[in-house]
Design a protein around this ligand. Structure first.
Ligand SMILES: NC(=O)CCC(=O)C(=O)O
Length: 279
């Protein structure tokens, strides 16, 4: 097996968004070009990279897929010969809205899309209330993408809290989970790092969490601090709060090593408990 197939250089892009969709997309394009120059083979954008995170905006900013924003990603992937996980955009399909991630291959082809499965509905009285389900519908399908020898499971932000989803991906052989995200300021400080490192450690795989940058004047203030955790649960890199591009090198030897050193996956008592996919 070729050594280079087992390594992947990932460009993680943290960007703030404004009310101007075209500007948001242009900012993402600029960062993807920069990531290519720095050797990235795969780039990952944050959740809602072309729109504010807000029930007031999802409907107005929504597009079909393919559509205006994703056509730009497709063309760019082809031009730069790079894989793009296009963060998420609000998607309209019939009379429904979804929060959707798309993945674009080096020929500009749509390799897959994932619709946020667990909608961000929380209520911490007087501090943070959000009900994505007021405007969005949930997705019902897991999405796995193969790039080189990496088997990549997709989730979106709040999905990272659900170990069952990550475990299903692990059971299907994933060695990398990618979560375009934008945690808020209430839960971010306590949970943002905890959940992504936990999913990495529980399932002995890499986790990539890209966030919107923090804009204190927007309708939704993202925590920022995009990061990558390795299969030991170790933080490889964490961004600050402003716009930032960082590059990380992933290596499947690290996955193999931790799985052989601490073989929890085969030691699970599946005779007593299990996580099963129902559809
Ligand atoms: N956009 C989201 O799904 C936010 C998730 C979040 O902040 C959390 O605490 O979970």
């Amino acid at each position: 097996m070729s050594e280079s197939m087992r390594k992947l250089r990932v460009g993680c892009i943290q960007i703030t968004v404004s009310a101007n969709k075209a500007e948001n997309v242009a900012r993402a394009v600029e960062k993807i070009r920069e990531a290519k120059k720095r050797g990235a083979e795969l780039v990952v954008l944050p959740e809602c990279f072309n729109s504010f995170i807000s029930n007031d905006y999802y409907g107005k900013y929504a597009e079909p897929i393919p559509g205006e924003t994703t056509n730009i990603l497709s063309k760019l992937a082809k031009e730069l010969e790079i894989f793009i996980i296009g963060g998420t955009i609000p998607e309209n399909d019939g009379d429904k809205l979804f929060n959707t991630a798309t993945v674009w291959g080096k020929s500009g082809e749509l390799m897959g899309k994932f619709r946020k499965m667990h909608l961000f509905d929380i209520d911490i009285p007087n501090e943070m209330t959000f009900r994505e389900s007021d405007s969005l519908s949930p997705g019902n399908e897991l999405t796995i993408i193969n790039i080189k020898d990496f088997k990549i499971g997709l989730g979106i932000c709040y999905d990272v809290r659900f170990e069952e989803l990550a475990k299903l991906y692990r059971k299907q052989g994933c060695n990398l989970l990618v979560y375009p995200s934008a945690f808020g300021m209430k839960t971010g400080p306590l949970h943002w790092e905890l959940v992504g490192r936990s999913r990495a450690n529980d399932n002995q795989l890499y986790t990539v969490l890209t966030s919107q940058g923090r804009d204190l004047n927007g309708p939704y203030v993202a925590y920022g601090h995009s990061y990558v955790a390795d299969p030991w649960g170790k933080m490889l890199f964490m961004a600050g709060t402003d716009d930032e591009l960082f590059i990380v090198d992933l290596d499947l030897d690290v996955v193999d090593k931790v799985r052989s050193n601490i073989p929890i996956f085969i030691q699970r008592r599946a005779d007593i408990y299990d996580t099963v996919q129902k559809n």
